[in-house]
Design a binder for this molecule. Structure first.
Ligand code: GLU
Length: 229
């Protein structure tokens, strides 16, 4: 279990997220990655190794866009490889997810998704999340509606953040038995598993309750309970 971070504001997001990930290095990790949304494109760069090495090799901080999610991984399911590093995506490359924790029933969910035609590219428990979101987004749900529908299907402990081209301009996050903290600095929003990630920018914090959902956009932040209110 390591770190996740999301940023929504008016600055280029990838350098902010990269800097925040470095603040979480003290927790230990084996891989790192970032996803951004920009001009109707979802961009993902990730690999096994130290953040600085992964950045040097793949230019994480050069990813364009004002919305980004990032991850440092402590592998629990699947080896330490580029394919298993987060963010993970769906079949169409339209959803990106970073996750901390363990999805205990992932084998069952994965088999069900494969039997419905989904194609997996990693060995992680995490990858079931973007594929589950994909189905709800295809049905016309907003990203937050999709998160509210799929979260009760996940057993175990988790905090995850999602981005999607099907509902761009926002980051949606939720948690169960894992921490997720929101930081507010004027009209700039941060969300992370660890408040230290954005302590350099703000000390105005809101801790997300279990099963609550947070929606970050560039001009507002919203919180929903598990029933969508
Ligand atoms: N269980 C996930 C994995 O193995 C997430 C690990 C983490 O919390 O970093 O990729």
């Amino acid at each position: 279990m390591c770190g996740i971070i999301g940023y929504c504001g008016n600055k280029p997001a990838a350098p902010v997220v990269l800097k925040a990930l470095k603040c979480l290095e003290y927790r230990g990790y084996d891989s790192a990655g970032i996803a951004t949304l920009c001009d109707r494109q979802l961009l993902i760069r990730k690999d096994a190794g130290k953040i600085e090495e992964v950045n040097k090799e793949h230019g994480l901080d050069a990813l364009p866009g004002n919305i980004a999610i990032g991850h440092t991984r402590w592998a629990t399911h699947g080896g330490v490889t580029q394919a298993n590093a987060h963010p993970h995506s769906d079949c169409r490359g339209r959803v990106a997810v970073v996750h901390n924790g363990i999805i205990e029933n992932y084998q069952e969910l994965r088999q069900e998704l494969i039997s419905q035609g989904h194609h997996f590219t990693s060995e992680t428990d995490t990858e079931v999340i973007p594929h589950l979101l994909e189905d709800e987004l295809k049905n016309g749900c907003s990203l937050e509606e999709a998160v509210l529908i799929i979260a009760p299907k996940l057993e175990g402990s988790y905090a995850f953040l999602a981005l999607s081209l099907d509902d761009p301009g926002k980051i949606v996050g939720t948690r169960k038995n894992n921490s997720l903290v929101v930081g507010i600095d004027d009209h700039t929003y941060y969300v992370s598993s660890d408040a230290l990630a954005f302590a350099q920018y703000t000390n105005q914090l809101i801790t997300l309750g279990d099963s609550e959902v947070v929606i970050l956009t560039s001009d507002k932040i919203e919180f929903l309970d598990a029933t969508g209110n």
